[in-house]
Design a binder for this molecule. Sequence first.
Ligand code: C2O
Ligand code: CU
Ligand code: CU
Length: 495
Amino acid sequence: MSPLTRRQLLATGVVGAGAAATGGVGLWWVTTDGPEYSGGADLVEPEELTSRDGLLEAELTVAAARVRIGDRDATVQAFNGSLPGPTLRVSPGDTIRVVMTNELESPTNLHVHGLHVSPRGRGDNPFRSIAPGESADYEFTLPDDHAPGTYWYHPHRHGHVADQVAAGLYGAIIVEDPAPLPVTRERTLVVSDISLDGSGALAEPGRMERMMGREGEVVLVNGQVRPTISAAPGDRERWRIVNACTARYLDLSLAGQDVRLLGRDLGRLPSPEDITATVLAPGNRVELLVEAREGSSALVATPVDRGGMGSMMGGGMMDDDAPGDGEPIDLLTLAVSGTKGEALAAVPEGPALRDLRGEKIDGRRTLDFDMAMGRGGSMMGDGDDGGMMAFTINGEAFDATRTDISAKAGSVEEWTLTNSSPMDHPVHLHVWPMQVIEEGQDRVAEPRWLDVVNVPASGSVKVLIAFDTFSGRTVYHCHILDHEDQGMMGTVAAD
Ligand code: C2O
Ligand code: CU
Ligand code: CU
């Protein structure tokens, strides 16, 4: 942790008032090597666009935007000028219609991450491209039995995804529960990271950062630096947390508070689980129940060791600054004081989860995620792409015209996801969620449903997938978005 500078102390307002305290609540600074950002303001949640009579009509414009990050002016890219974009709040059975306008200088498109909707036509179609200056219509209809939960949207134009998400293009989607849960309040917390240069423009990542997966120099919650949340003792809050970081894993903890895990990615757990920490790979979401206890607590992201390229480089130089080596980062402060509110009813059990074990398996496949030296030999070479690392699945880089997997609509398949590289890859499949049944040698006892599954370096994970409700063609990929843009993506058609 770097010592506090006078400017940081000024930002905290504690100069001359016992400033010797370090790490205490009320000191807002960000411990990265980049520029300094002040924070600590009250949390602001994104604007919500809510469906009415089964329909949500929204206009989403992506464009460069001037925003404040900490105490700095920043030029980012945003949906409707706000970082994050508006939250879309819908119910199972609803239709979402979006007119998406591209005012960027690069092509883009729209993906609704985690939603179980059709990948065809104007649906959740990752093969569309919206040219600069153009608009496109999207329409997503959720099935009546769509899993409630926290989802999100972001651009998905291959080759531009990491740049556009890192620039600020993301927003939350909430699918409501059939019956509201007894909580004092709920909050949407979109976690992202970003790097700015000295003038407040987006910093260009180097090629090493692209290979590792870039991690922004400052981590934001709803576009803010270490915002503050206030609650009274006994309040029960429901936190919907999205990991919208391009490559950063979040190992979250909230010491001093009672935290239960309500759900991951999609749906709810049958009963909330007591936890002290939970890890989100890029793209994952969690819903937490926080029972507030008097005092002040920080939501902390502890760095996660997700491997590196040291052995591939022969010298270990990549590991000097590897993810996992940094300091824990305070994402927000929860300040709990005042008089205790009314006690709340217990949270009712959630519905039992579907378990695909025991259903007929129609196909078994192995997908191997790997990295290899590109054509030019050394990736330290100068400039041209010849020296780049190749990011592959079963030895092949993404080709939108090739169909890698043909599944039968309505069938259940077992996929073994293996990782031959020295770096973790969070594997994501569109449209159809995955039930994790084995992690390495360990069998998973309870049904566990996710749409992003971390496959550890040199490890493997076995999942079951039911290709039901919809047919059509879509993609699976590594959700370290730099890896996806560099080819770690494949296509699957269910017909
Ligand atoms: Cu969140 Cu294919 O992505
Ligand atoms: Cu997705
Ligand atoms: Cu990856």
